[in-house]
Design a protein around this ligand. Structure first.
Ligand SMILES: Nc1ncnc2c1ncn2[C@@H]1O[C@H](COP(=O)(O)OP(=O)(O)OP(=O)(O)O)[C@@H](O)[C@H]1O
Ligand SMILES: O=C(O)C1=C[C@@H](O)[C@@H](O)[C@H](O)C1
Ligand SMILES: [Mg+2]
Length: 165
């Protein structure tokens, strides 16, 4: 069974913190975006460009289903909460779901110049609107939340460990 699932907006640090947690506590690390890339055999920008977001979300649901049966630390993708079936899976599981909270300003600063996230390419106003719309969705699925804007990945990893101890 997984130990913990990390959710939150793009740039919240799910991948970074998941790697630190997994290394520190000698657990496997699973990144849902990497699982999708392996499943489909294409990069995320390629999937969005060729198949579109709706199909990407279907792959994401399949990857989540598979990941929930694995062991270790799962870093979700930022949009995992977009799909009702994913929210239901996250709410039903007994695995702790940690919401890494981050302000849009922090996201925009951390991900300035990023070209790997298709939903960031529409500019700051669109990112802020997406962030606002998703707020309640992360709250719905989370068992715990950590405000991460001013914390290092190491400090966040330690807070998660303490929350789960
Ligand atoms: N706590 C932090 N403090 C400073 N920078 C951070 C922190 N966490 C992550 N970053 C930086 O922000 C960027 C995005 O981090 P990361 O890829 O972990 O985000 P993510 O939540 O996995 O995003 P996505 O939803 O797109 O998968 C990286 O450059 C990373 O180094
Ligand atoms: O927030 C999102 O919708 C996304 C976040 C990334 O992790 C990737 O899953 C993809 O770029 C979509
Ligand atoms: Mg990530």
């Amino acid at each position: 069974m997984l130990d913990v699932i990390l959710v939150g907006f793009m740039g919240a640090g799910k991948t970074t913190v998941g790697q630190v947690l997994a290394t520190n506590y000698q657990r496997p690390h699973i990144d849902l975006d990497d699982e999708i890339i392996t499943l489909v055999g294409q990069s995320i920008p390629q999937i969005f460009a060729q198949a579109g977001e709706t199909i990407f979300r279907q792959w994401e649901t399949q990857a989540l289903q598979q990941a929930l049966a694995k062991k270790g630390v799962l870093s979700a993708g930022g949009g995992v909460v977009e799909t009702a079936a994913n929210r239901a899976m996250l709410k039903q599981t007994h695995i702790p779901v940690i919401y890494l909270k981050v302000l849009p300003e922090t996201v925009l600063s951390r991900l300035k110049g990023d070209t790997t996230r298709p939903l960031l390419q529409q500019g700051p106003a669109a990112v802020r609107a997406l962030w606002q719309r998703r707020l309640a969705l992360y709250e719905q699925v989370a068992t715990h939340a950590i405000v991460t804007d001013t914390l290092t990945p190491e400090a966040i990893s330690q807070q998660i460990y303490q929350l789960l101890a």
